[in-house]
Design a protein around this ligand. Structure first.
Ligand code: ATP
Length: 365
């Protein structure tokens, strides 16, 4: 297995689209790294450059310490699993998994050994004689992964491998991929637009937007300490609530305020806030940090909202409150009796708020 290092990697397509802008990161040996971001953010382009399927416009790519910019894909010792599994329909599962090794003239006995070993890891031994059309989506996906495993690559690249599966199977395969990583102890780079996949699978998440890296960190760090509003909004479900306003200094107090609300920020670490006096900011808080009453809260503020909808999740529910035209979502225990079309108060702990510079999106608190 191997380390992958991207140094100032850029990709500009012929007609001028700058798909990847100056991306630098290290994917460590045996690490499961998820590249996540919205459609068009450049994640597939980044992956294809690592695979050697797309030329690197500028910057340097290292695999295991060696510069590989000009190395063809077949020489990079990388296996890629695509969104559409691209299995050969006329071949059995065994044939599909063996194909790549056959064209490399690998001895028959070794091919059989590698295919059987991969089949065991993936629990697909009993379907090795089946052809793809007789397999379920999940089984096809396993064969596609098996085809990658038999090559004993240094690095596995996955490009949205679960997006063709239905929601239930996607959930199962997510867990299987996590287990597979434990078994293979492989370096994996995995591309998805699905933040749940990123949170479940990754040792390290790389969040991308418009060709640039927004943040690199562990799933918990990304969730708890987003560096900017983009990451705060993109990671977490439901997405973070935001209210726009300005920071105002009144005597010794610092306030967050807009035409509908005034929140005293004095309980916060004022050092980081004072230089933003007069600036436009977005105040964010997550739905799980909203409370139906203030009994257990020390420093809190409250919002008067009109309850407009609810979504039952099982033992919890999401309650949608309209706060002067924008949705504020609260996650409450399912016993909470929401009063549709009535005005209630949502309470928020000041310890749990985030503040972002409206212009740059940078986190200021
Ligand atoms: P998705 O999740 O939709 O696949 P992505 O994050 O993987 O999106 P890319 O496919 O890498 O994004 O595309 C990044 C940008 O580069 C987009 O603006 C896209 O239109 C452009 N792009 C991708 N492939 C090409 C190409 N072969 N030629 C020109 N532009 C391209």
């Amino acid at each position: 297995m191997a380390e992958v290092k991207l140094e100032n990697i850029c990709k500009t397509y012929k007609e001028g689209t700058q798909a990847v802008k100056n991306v630098s990161c290290i994917i460590e040996d045996q690490e499961f790294v998820v590249l996540v971001g919205p459609s068009g953010c450049g994640k597939t382009t980044a992956l294809r450059m690592i695979a050697g399927l797309e030329e690197i416009t500028s910057g340097t790519l290292f695999i295991d310490g060696d510069e590989v910019n000009d190395l063809p894909p077949s020489k990079r010792q990388i296996s890629m699993v695509f969104q559409n599994y691209a299995l050969y329909p006329h071949m059995t599962a065994f044939g599909n998994m063996a194909f790549g090794l056959k064209i490399q003239n690998t001895p028959k006995a070794e091919i059989a050994e590698r295919v059987n070993e991969a089949a065991k890891i993936l629990n697909i031994t009993e379907i090795l004689n089946k052809k793809p059309r007789k397999m379920s989506g999940g089984q096809r996906q396993r064969i596609a992964i098996g085809r990658a495993i038999v090559r004993h690559p240094k690095v596995f690249l996955f490009d949205e491998p679960l997006s063709n599966l239905d929601a239930k199977l996607r959930g199962q395969m997510r867990i299987e991929l996590a287990k597979l990583h434990q078994k293979l102890k492989a370096t994996i780079i995995y591309v998805t637009h699905d933040q749940v996949e990123a949170m479940t699978l990754a040792d390290k998440i790389i969040v991308m937007n418009q060709g640039e890296i927004m943040q690199i960190a562990s799933p918990m760090e990304i969730f708890q300490n987003p560096q900017n509003k983009f990451v705060a909004e993109f990671i977490g479900s439901p997405k973070m609530n935001f209210i726009s306003g300005t920071i105002q200094k009144k005597k010794n107090q610092f306030l967050f305020q807009n035409e509908n609300i005034q929140i005293d920020l004095s309980a916060l670490d004022l050092k980081s806030i004072q230089k933003y006096s007069g600036k436009e900011v977005d105040l964010g808080f997550r739905s799980e940090d909203v409370y139906a009453d203030s009994n257990d809260l020390n420093n809190w503020f409250s919002l008067e909202v009109n309850v407009v909808a609810r979504e039952l999740l099982g033992n919890e529910k999401l309650v949608y409150g309209d706060f002067n035209g924008s949705d504020v979502i609260a996650k409450f225990r399912s016993e909470y009796e929401e009063k549709l079309n009535q005005v209630v108060r949502f309470f928020v702990n000041l310890d749990k708020i985030y503040l972002f510079d409206r212009t740059s999106g940078d986190r200021i608190y």
